[in-house]
Design a protein around this ligand. Structure first.
Ligand code: ADP
Length: 165
């Protein structure tokens, strides 16, 4: 069975992420979307909320499993056995960092390969941080966020923004 892991912060999951998930799920037998929890970062959505939102928007993909981890990605992948890491690339600026991460992961776990999927052109500009920023100005998020989670994401961004005023 060909297994892949798609790691990220998904704070929150966007249409750009979902596009990569759908394409990777059609290439591999099983895809684990893993919310990587970083103790140094303060996300807008909790680990559980991010997992639940990804589950909501991937309900139509039977070979997608959602998980979360605070381990090193290379270690998480080792425990899953033979697998490939999937990453999305939006621009050259993503490449440098992702290339470094791929090499580090391979150094830590020589069996681990990283596969890059290029972003769909309509999502090249899209990131979770742009979504959080637009939402704080009350811009409609329908072009950027899957319909199933728009209300939840909009409400959270606005309540955080109100509190900071
Ligand atoms: P973000 O940069 O949006 O905060 P994450 O840390 O959650 O995203 O990213 C997880 C993975 O998804 C990374 O490989 C990132 O390059 C990729 N990704 C993020 N947004 C997009 C997009 N719009 N199109 C393609 N890949 C993307």
């Amino acid at each position: 069975m060909k297994l892949a892991i798609y790691p990220g912060s998904f704070d929150p999951v966007t249409k750009g992420h979902l596009n990569i998930i759908e394409r990777a799920a059609s290439i591999f037998d099983q895809l684990i979307v893993c919310v990587m929890v970083n103790a140094d970062k303060k996300p807008m959505f909790s680990r559980q909320e991010r997992e639940d939102m990804i589950r909501k928007v991937t309900g139509h993909l039977p070979n997608v499993v959602v998980d979360a981890s605070d381990e090193l990605l290379a270690e998480y992948a080792r425990q899953k056995g033979s697998c490939v890491i999937v990453k999305g690339l939006r621009a050259v600026s993503d490449f440098e960092h992702e290339f470094q991460m791929a090499l580090i992961n391979r150094n830590l776990n020589p069996q681990l390969d990283t596969m890059f999927l290029t972003a769909e052109h309509e999502y090249m500009f899209l990131s979770s941080s742009i979504v959080r920023e637009l939402g704080s100005y009350s811009v409609s998020l329908e072009d950027y966020i899957p319909a199933e989670i728009i209300e939840e994401v909009t409400d959270r961004i606005q309540s955080v923004h109100e509190r900071r005023k």
